[in-house]
Design a binder for this molecule. Structure first.
Ligand code: NDP
Length: 253
């Protein structure tokens, strides 16, 4: 009951956020503005906000009855591959002087805590109650698992490369914005977000449950509107911005 209550609340909020973000850009990074209350350095904002993804996932894995089985270990490794990078590496390499409103950090923290619970509790517990043979070794050969993992890896590579290009646009201490080039920037303004979406769509396929689908939708709800805001901002800021470049989906949007 508690699980599904949280799941439904999260699903309803995600739809609201999706619509809202087409009208209001989340106020961090280039879209930060006055009137959103006290703030924290972006570095610490990211570290604190993403930390539940590591802590809660690991605790739910560690107390699970299936922690010695192969598939739960693989899901743990895949998840941590992303979140150790995002929480404990990425923030230390940011080259930004922007601060993050505490409100955004708090919202991100609550999202990470609830979403991680929803993901991990299903994989390490409820999946085996509804089907004791769930995630047996044969799942490794299932096309949904294979395609999902490939999408996850492809998205991860695109995301990491795109974030690296952005980081290298500024020399240490520089503050301004430049037009990024290289890799998928040829086609879209936000390949880091495109990669992130592939990651969680891949996750959704690989775990094949409602929780994974919800996370994929949350990622779309956050990043499609933000990619559109970034794209419009680039076009307004740089008159020479490449005409053919789309916001986030090559050739389409
Ligand atoms: P952005 O692309 O807005 O910014 C990433 C970093 O690059 C910031 O430090 C930013 O500086 C800098 N930067 C961006 N564009 C330029 C430019 N043109 N010139 C110079 N520097 C630039 O990404 P986010 O901060 O929104 O996201 C960071 C990561 O988190 C991404 O990988 C994203 O996919 C992921 N993410 C995932 C979400 C999810 O729902 N799963 C939600 C949000 C983010 P500055 O801060 O000064 O703008």
């Amino acid at each position: 009951m508690v699980y599904w209550g949280l799941f439904i609340a999260s699903a309803v909020i995600s739809v609201g956020i999706f619509v809202l973000l087409f009208f209001i850009s989340a106020p961090y990074g280039r879209h930060v503005r006055k009137g959103w209350g006290p703030s924290i350095s972006s570095k610490w904002g990211w570290i604190i906000m993403e930390s539940p993804a590591i802590i809660i996932f690991f605790v739910l894995y560690a107390i699970s009855d299936v922690k010695a089985e192969l598939l739960p270990i693989i899901f743990l490794v895949i998840w941590m591959l992303h979140y150790v990078q995002r929480d404990l590496i990425f923030p230390f390499f940011l080259r930004t002087n922007k601060r993050m409103p505490l409100l955004i950090m708090t919202f991100g923290l609550l999202f990470q805590a609830s979403n991680t619970y929803i993901q991990a509790r299903w994989i390490f517990h409820f999946a085996y109650i509804s089907d004791p043979t769930a995630y047996s070794v044969s799942w490794l050969y299932d096309p949904r698992f294979i395609v999902g993992v490939l999408l996850f890896i492809g998205g991860y590579i695109i995301n990491r490369h795109a974030d690296l290009v952005l980081r290298n646009l500024r020399k240490p201490g520089e503050k301004g914005y430049k037009i990024p080039f290289g890799g998928m920037y040829k086609y879209i303004s936000s390949p880091n977000y495109f990669g992130e979406i592939l990651i969680w769509v891949g996750w959704g396929l690989a775990v094949w449950n409602w929780a994974g689908l919800l996370f994929a939708f949350w990622t779309l709800a956050n990043l499609l509107p933000r990619a559109r805001s970034h794209h419009n901002w680039y076009k307004e800021t740089f008159p020479e911005y490449p005409e053919e470049r789309k916001a986030i989906i090559p050739f389409l949007f």
